[in-house]
Design a protein around this ligand. Structure first.
Ligand SMILES: Cc1cc2nc3c(=O)[nH]c(=O)nc-3n(C[C@H](O)[C@H](O)[C@H](O)COP(=O)(O)OP(=O)(O)OC[C@H]3O[C@@H](n4cnc5c(N)ncnc54)[C@H](O)[C@@H]3O)c2cc1C
Length: 445
């Protein structure tokens, strides 16, 4: 039976997006929340190795941030983020996919301003706001193990964490693992959870260039999506300081060159060459590369006996192909779920199992979107979701319908922004419009 006595201490492993969001959610639900982070937090910017690369925050993630800290988006705007235009429900864009071009996103009005900026800015503001909350404290240390209740018996409760160079464990009523994709938690337990992997071997190259008024015909961002025959993509996202973050990506080991000429040539091979114009400007920072092997999910909800007092979230639970821009928003939605479960289950023995199930249900949607779409390529390796070929053909048609019909646009945008589940694309209204508007466009050339 659930008991709702407040927790004394929660220890969060990792002080990046998921850890900070979990700590902000847990504040006030425990007497003390300790965020244990092995890296020295930068004065500004992201603590994660990938944090300097272009990141997009989806509407669902922005909503959670605003709920945690009212005025969060306005604060980003005050620090130079772009609003992307005055209309709250219409965001101009240049999104080329499935042989069609969407010129705007039909969004929900979430009741707060839109703020488009770098991940560094979002994360540094989240860190400042979270660590200013009463009861939240940051500890600079490396977690190298869990303290377990009764040796390493199956289903043993977690009683805290072991810190490198410290003899006594740091006790906790609840340990939240937000230590990212490289999490070691499963190795510290007698029974690791089953895992699923979908291998895409993606290579990112990122460039920062000046942003001028009138670029991209006024679009707030551009996405040139991959196609089955050309597993490459390009993205331009606005960031503070009147700059564009441009990404060129290739699946299955194809990396775009870092030099200007090479980058422009790569951009011209995409389904739309528009990014080549931006890349003709001098790079404002050294171009950066990143290799992403696979989407990977650990099924903590499928453990027969879940270790008590342990919750795993963020990339530690599931890390998605970054092309779909979901990781931070999914982490924020998981943190929100943590709050719901803490209120419901309190310190009861079912807390950890409940958390694992809630986290899994948040992960299901973005996981299906990312891995489902990646199976458009024959070279993608892993377990294909059931009905995937049919679903991908249908989503292709929804995408084409979204370029010409606002109702379809709103439905697709909702799913892509994680404000509606993927299944909502199969609602009768969307289905009818997809059949009407989503016919194959004329072939080029
Ligand atoms: C190239 C690329 C582009 C991406 N683009 C997007 C995007 O556009 N939009 C989006 O939403 N997401 C994107 N993502 C995904 C996003 O970066 C992650 O989903 C997000 O950072 C996950 O946050 P996290 O807090 O779970 O993990 P991380 O950000 O990886 O942070 C984990 C933290 O835990 C700390 N840590 C690890 N082990 C220990 C330990 N033992 N003791 C103490 N501390 C520890 C680390 O130092 C780190 O600070 C992208 C990812 C990549 C690789």
């Amino acid at each position: 039976m659930a008991t709702n006595t407040p927790l004394d201490r929660i220890v969060v492993i990792g002080g990046s997006i998921a850890g900070l969001a979990a700590a902000a959610t847990a504040a006030g639900r425990a007497r003390e929340v300790l965020v244990v982070e092995r890296r020295e937090p930068p004065a500004t910017g992201s603590i994660a190795p990938q944090g300097h690369l272009p990141h997009v925050m989806l509407a669902a993630g922005s909503r959670v941030l605003e709920q945690l800290f009212a005025g969060f988006a306005q604060d980003l705007l005050d620090r130079g983020a772009s609003s992307g235009g005055a209309d709250p429900v219409r965001l101009p864009c240049h999104w080329v996919a499935s042989g069609s071009t969407r010129t705007h996103l039909q969004l929900r009005d979430l009741g707060f301003p839109r703020a488009l900026c770098s991940r560094s800015l979002v994360e540094s503001r989240l860190r400042a706001a979270t660590l200013a909350l009463p009861g939240v404290r940051s500890v600079h240390a490396n977690v190298e193990g869990l303290a377990l209740e009764s040796g390493r018996a199956r289903g043993a409760g977690v009683t805290g964490v072991r810190l490198r160079g410290v003899a006594d464990p740091l006790g906790a009523d609840l340990v939240i693992d937000a230590s990212g994709r490289g999490s070691h938690t499963e190795r510290w337990l007698p029974c690791p959870p089953p895992a699923t992997e979908v291998v895409v071997d993606l290579r990112y190259t990122a460039y920062v260039v000046e942003r001028h008024a009138g670029d991209l015909d006024g679009a707030a961002f551009a996405i040139i999506q991959n196609t089955r025959d050309l597993p490459r993509l390009g993205v331009a996202l606005p960031m503070e300081g009147q700059r564009w973050q441009v990404v060129l990506g290739g699946y299955f080991g194809t990396a775009a060159p870092r030099d200007g000429d090479g980058a422009r040539s790569f951009a011209r091979t995409l389904a739309d060459p528009v990014l080549a114009t931006l890349l003709s400007r001098p790079a404002l920072e050294e171009p950066a590369g990143y290799s992403f092997r696979s989407s990977r999910r650990r099924h903590w909800d499928r453990l027969g006996e879940h270790p008590r007092n342990l919750c795993v979230l963020g990339d530690a639970a599931a890390s998605f192909n970054p092309v779909y821009g979901q990781g931070m928003s999914a982490a924020l939605l998981q943190a929100e779920a943590l709050g719901r479960v803490l209120d419901r289950a309190g310190t009861g023995p079912e807390l950890a199992g409940d958390l694992a199930r809630e986290v899994a249900s948040v992960v299901d949607g973005p996981w299906l979107i990312a891995t489902g779409a990646d199976f458009v390529y024959p070279a993608t390796r892993g377990r294909r979701p059931p009905g995937n070929r049919l679903v991908n053909r249908y989503v292709d048609r929804v995408t084409r319908a979204a370029a010409v019909d606002d109702h379809s646009n709103a439905a697709l945008t909702d799913v892509q922004q994680l404000t509606a589940p993927p299944a909502s694309l199969f609602r009768p209204g969307v289905l009818t419009r997809t059949l009407r508007h989503g016919a194959r466009p004329p072939q080029r050339g």
